[in-house]
Design a protein around this ligand. Structure first.
Ligand code: GLU
Length: 548
């Protein structure tokens, strides 16, 4: 067959030779153990937590081996391209602090010697390799249908193949030079397909860095490696790029395991050494309705979108620490033993990555976040809250900024200097509601029904003599004194022995005041809240409940 001539017919303008390309991508000089890995997202306008999970694993593998991490934008699938979609990827990575050694800036400047790091700018490279495969008889042009129908044709064939388990038939597989020439003269568009060597009976074994040795049916499809728009799908593009760019470990989702045999066949056809794949398990969720485990989904789970964590105001460390937990359960113990160390000090290797699908649980994330937020100072909490509000709640931001002293005090409450700071806040979005009593007097009261009259009676006396106490202790002494006078027990033991002899105990009296001021039975230190609200507002609120 005139493979070389056919290749020339298809790609008369592709002058770049594979040898020249290979020269431009010299082997990287690596030290023992150094990992070169990458994050290769497709710009869809959305960063799924599963994708970010891979990015974070890759980031750590490179960091922990003093290796290299590069970012490659896989934008060859025009249909999935969304305006601004690239910017979303960069924003998420930057805000989470994942730094890359090599990448292309949003302005199109390549940082690193193995670029361009955006696939749509590498089409000439892919075509050179496609031309080579055709010239070696390892791939062939397929003129069956135009681009639009190509996938359907392929599907049909795949189904047929599944049915009778025979090698798929393709009319274009052995076109002669003359036939190809005629098509080209007619202006027919073509895709390039790999000419598989397999018959459908073979099985192959391959190693996965997480799952160990896997065995599967070898590829037996003449799958498309260059679409009729001249651009390759993922399989072909990644095989070339990961080879040229010197990837030593490719972390990708488990969903790619089934196409790995096809990818390995491509590596072989291209004369490349296969890269090491590390297929990470997909993050799951327990479905609230069915109680079954399912993949976390962009459609049903807001937390599948990485933007969610910014919108909700989770500290990035909370999210990263939770992901570390999912990557390796040993992180939890490490964190317990090293509460002060930054997460970056937790080192893990490929062997430590979980092979079992991690289950996403918001409650667990919130717990981690509560612990983390409990460790930051009031001032820092205030400034984080403000930063968040400036982006997501402008009205709140103005209020916070205009009254900084008050809100710093609020944020410092039960925190600065406390031996056991309250572990209650897990993100910045919840704080407005959590501190709602600071912004507005309560509209409803958490009072038990038969307490209402008692509360009104107690508060009527309390407000009469109310003056802002000068300490928490003084405040409590005042309450105790009044409670005693009004027939409440100040001795808890005596109260327990004979509750009927009293109107209640001091705790009850405190509860009335707390409910009047915050609407709630539980709150952080009431005395501090009173100080923040000021004497007049405290009195207003006491009166409001009295007249409720
Ligand atoms: N662009 C592919 C994806 O987003 C990358 C897979 C890989 O990492 O190789 O799924």
């Amino acid at each position: 067959m005139d493979y070389k001539e056919i290749a020339e017919l298809l790609y008369p303008n592709v002058k770049l030779s594979v040898e020249e390309i290979l020269k431009k991508y010299p082997k990287r000089n690596l030290k023992e153990g150094q990992i070169v890995t990458r994050f290769a997202p497709s710009p869809t306008g959305f960063m799924h937590i599963g994708n970010f999970f891979q990015a974070f694993i890759s980031y750590n593998l490179a960091k922990n081996t003093d290796g290299i991490l590069f970012l490659r934008i896989e934008d060859t699938d025009e249909k999935r391209k969304v305006r601004q979609a690239k910017a979303v990827i960069y924003e998420v990575l930057e805000r989470f602090g994942l730094k890359f050694n090599e990448y292309q800036t949003l302005d199109g400047e390549d940082i690193g010697d193995y670029g361009p790091y955006v696939q749509s700018q590498r089409v000439d490279i892919y075509q050179a390799f496609a031309k080579k495969l055709v010239s070696e008889g390892k791939a062939f042009p397929c003129f069956c249908k135009k681009t639009e129908g190509k996938e359907d044709v392929l599907k049909l064939r795949e189904n047929k193949f599944e049915e009778d388990d025979e090698k798929e038939y393709d009319a274009c597989r052995d076109l002669s030079y003359e036939e190809v020439k005629q098509h080209i003269l007619n202006g027919d568009s073509f895709a390039i397909r790999l000419k598989t060597k397999n018959t459908g009976k073979e099985r192959i074994k391959f190693n996965d860095l997480i799952k160990g040795e896997l065995e599967a049916k070898a590829n037996a499809k003449d799958f498309v490696i260059v679409k009729s728009d001249g651009v390759p799908p993922y399989a072909f593009a990644h095989a070339i790029d990961d080879t040229l760019m010197g990837t030593t470990v490719a972390v990708r989702g488990e969903e790619y395991i089934s196409s790995t045999p096809a990818h390995l066949e491509l590596f072989e056809a291209l004369g490349f050494t296969p890269i090491n794949y590390c297929h990470n398990p997909l993050i799951c969720k327990i479905d609230e309705k069915t109680g079954n485990r399912r993949k976390i989904s962009k459609r049903y789970d807001p937390e599948a979108n990485m933007m969610y964590y910014f919108e909700q105001g989770y500290p990035i460390e909370s999210v990263l620490e939770y992901l570390l937990n999912m990557i390796n359960s040993g992180f939890e113990i490490w964190r317990k033993n090293n509460p002060e160390l930054p997460w970056q000090d937790f080192k893990f290797g490929i062997n430590d990555i979980t092979a079992v699908a991690p289950i996403f649980d918001l409650v667990k994330l919130n717990d981690i976040s509560k612990n983390l937020i409990a460790r930051i100072s009031g001032e820092k909490l205030y400034s984080n809250w403000l930063t968040w509000a400036k982006e997501y709640d402008k009205v709140l931001a103005t209020e916070l900024e205009g009254n900084s002293e008050k809100y710093i005090k609020l944020c410092a409450m039960d925190r600065d200097g406390a031996t056991k700071p309250r572990k209650d806040i897990y993100n910045y979005a919840m704080m407005k509601e959590y501190f709602s009593y600071i912004f507005n007097a309560p509209k409803e009261y958490e009072l038990e029904e038969n307490d209402a009259e008692k509360a009104k009676e107690f508060l009527t006396e309390y407000v009469k003599s109310f003056a802002m106490p000068s300490s928490n202790e003084e405040w409590f002494e005042q309450v105790k004194k009044l409670a005693d006078k009004l027939g409440y027990a100040t001795d808890n033991k005596a109260y327990k022995q004979n509750p009927d002899a009293y109107k209640g105990n001091v705790a009850k009296a405190c509860e009335f005041i707390r409910v009047a001021i915050t609407g709630r039975k539980n709150s952080p230190t009431l005395y501090t809240i009173m100080l923040i609200l000021g004497e007049d507002e405290v009195k207003n609120r006491l009166n409001k409940l009295i007249n409720y």
